[in-house]
Design a protein around this ligand. Structure first.
Ligand code: ATR
Length: 287
């Protein structure tokens, strides 16, 4: 890639960002799509967020991603939100549309796309969602628009699970919901079709832990761990040993990045398929 006076800038803002794979993924996608653009990551202090956004507008940054801890706080500096970002109350992608910054959220749809890629239909399924943080919100709320039958939210902090349950009920009161902690004491494990780990348990520095044990679940249970580093978490290892279908977080990471590119460049699905090549590159970075 050669940088010239027409090169457009995209970036990531967050804190910390030093372990982020986004620059690698997006710069590779620009190369694949033949875009004269570069992607940089910026570690931002919260009290500088307004200055950063004003600066982005002033120099006409075309788009950016937002990560922890700014996915919610960024909203007050934006000029508009997509319906998904509005419902989730969180933004991970921003597009500069003729000087106006519009916030999107591709987390939930990125997750859902990976289910479809794996031929998994969530209609009438019973979901066990582990976690009630930002990622769990995106997943839980997206699933509640896709015809699931029930969702059990298991989280260390009960209050957060209660809040997520309320949001899901608002979207679809017909979904049967219940909450508990990660001990899963009150759950009928045999009924669960899909387990989704949206906690950070299994990810460095908790890589020697698993959020739950898999004994008691049916063999047909699908285990989806959104952690992608390490590639094989303890949970995924146990799922493989038991012969359950297991999916790790790498494809979700990729799909939500592809959806960010779709927002920025209005690319169609066929074109976006080419971006899957990036997965090979990522495997080198994710042991
Ligand atoms: P993200 O945006 O990645 O979802 P987050 O909002 O901080 O990050 O959420 C992290 C999730 O992992 C939460 O569900 C958190 O549980 P709490 O709501 O109780 O904080 C869960 N989590 C992280 N570390 C945990 C641990 N050691 N034990 C149990 N749950 C943990």
């Amino acid at each position: 890639m050669s940088i010239d006076s027409s090169t457009t800038l995209y970036c990531l803002i967050g804190n910390p960002i030093d372990k982020s794979l986004s620059p690698l993924i997006h710069n590779e996608m620009f190369r694949i799509f033949g875009k004269n653009s570069i992607y940089l990551a910026f570690n931002i202090e919260e009290n500088k967020l307004r200055d950063v956004i004003d600066g982005f507008k002033a120099i006409n940054v075309k788009g950016f991603n937002v990560t922890i801890p700014f996915k919610k706080t960024i909203i007050r500096y934006l000029d508009g939100l997509s319906p998904e970002a509005e419902i989730l109350g969180a933004v991970n992608t921003v597009k500069n549309q003729d000087g106006k910054l519009i916030g999107y959220n591709t987390d939930g749809e990125g997750f859902y796309k990976t289910l479809r890629n794996n031929d998994i239909d969530v209609k009438d399924k019973n979901i066990l969602l582990l976690g009630a943080g930002g990622a769990a919100y995106g997943i839980g709320i997206t699933l509640s628009t896709k015809g699931i039958k029930s969702i059990y939210i298991a989280n260390r902090t009960r209050e957060k699970a209660v809040n997520l349950e309320k949001e899901i009920k608002k979207i679809n009161p017909n979904i049967s919901t219940s909450i508990g902690d990660l001990s899963l004491r009150e759950i009928n494990k045999k009924d669960i079709d899909i387990i989704i780990n949206a906690t950070s348990i299994g990810m460095y520095p908790l890589e020697n832990l698993s959020p739950i044990e898999l004994n008691g679940f049916d063999k047909k249970t699908i285990v989806y761990d959104i952690v992608y580093k390490p590639r094989e978490t303890k949970l995924i290892k146990e799922a493989n040993l038991r012969g359950f279908k297991a999916i790790n977080g790498l494809s979700m990471l990729l799909e939500q990045a592809i959806l960010s590119q779709k927002v920025w460049f209005n690319l169609d699905e066929k074109f976006l398929e080419k971006a899957k090549k990036v997965e090979g590159l990522l495997l080198v970075y994710v042991e």
